[in-house]
Ligand binder design. Structure first.
Ligand code: PEP
Length: 256
């Protein structure tokens, strides 16, 4: 089954509004030839940069995502941002459960699940991150950890809701470290993730599910990774912060 590739840049806590606009303006002509039916190109700036980037990307084939969302509709949650706020500012995607949020901000599978439901209710397209620590992989616990994250994070979703979800498999030991899972290891793990989603939601949802790889993906390894049967794109950190490296990565990934 052929699934549309999705390459998303996670800018993390980088780029002010003016820097973000500069990056998107540089990226637009470089990815103008990317066929919108073959690939979703997404950039995920920090909250304060979102509106300016939505404006800068208007009319181009670049879509915009946020990096987090709160689960409540509104209320006394100082510093948080709701799904409706994101939706109204023109955001289409939202990253949920990134390993940095799990590691530094107490994100759990339960809060991932709450955020996911709020995002879906507002009509956002969630990118749900899962991934094992180095100790999990070395201890032979990768599948157990991923199954727990998937079962907890995706609990209670209907098939229609799950059809909107993208999963990002990001081995924590590969994020920002320069270490990448080999295409074979990544493919085996993606296959396991698809199998788990199959057990939970059935064949149609599992076969249509887009699973991104994330963890030191760059122009040099994107083609080989995205060529794997179960790898449908990438969630990119460092290599998404410059227009030329992000564009080169996207074009290489599409050579699969
Ligand atoms: C990420 O943070 O989601 C990520 C994959 O980062 P990097 O590409 O820098 O490893």
């Amino acid at each position: 089954m052929s699934r549309k590739v999705i390459i998303a840049g996670n800018w993390k806590m980088n780029k002010t509004a003016s820097e973000g606009v500069e990056l998107v303006n540089a990226l637009k002509p470089l990815v103008a030839d990317v066929c919108p039916d073959c690939c979703d190109v997404v950039v995920c700036p920090p909250f304060t940069t979102l509106s300016a980037v939505v404006e800068a990307a208007r009319g181009s084939n670049i879509k915009v995502g946020a990096q987090n969302v709160h689960w409540a509709e509104n209320g006394a949650f100082t510093g948080e941002i709701s799904a409706a706020m994101l939706k109204e500012s023109g955001v289409e995607y939202v990253i949920i459960g990134h390993s940095e949020r799990r590691q530094y901000f107490g994100e759990t599978d339960m809060t991932v699940n709450q955020r996911l439901k709020a995002a879906l209710a507002a009509g956002l397209k969630p990118i749900v991150c899962v991934g094992e620590l180095l100790a999990d992989r070395e201890g032979g616990n990768t599948e157990k950890v991923l199954a727990t994250q998937l079962e907890g994070g995706l609990a209670g979703l209907s098939k229609d809701e799950m059809a909107q979800v993208v999963i990002a498999y990001e081995p924590v030991w590969a994020i920002g470290t320069g270490k990448t899972a080999t295409p074979d290891v990544a493919e085996l793990t993606h296959n396991f993730i698809r199998g788990t989603v199959r057990d939970m939601f059935g064949d149609v949802i599992a076969d249509g599910l887009r699973i991104q790889y994330g963890g030191s993906m760059k122009a040099g390894n994107a083609a080989e990774l995205v060529a794997q049967a179960n790898i449908d794109g990438g969630l990119i950190g460092g290599a998404a912060l410059k227009a030329d490296s992000f564009s080169e990565l996207i074009h290489n990934a599409l050579k699969k």
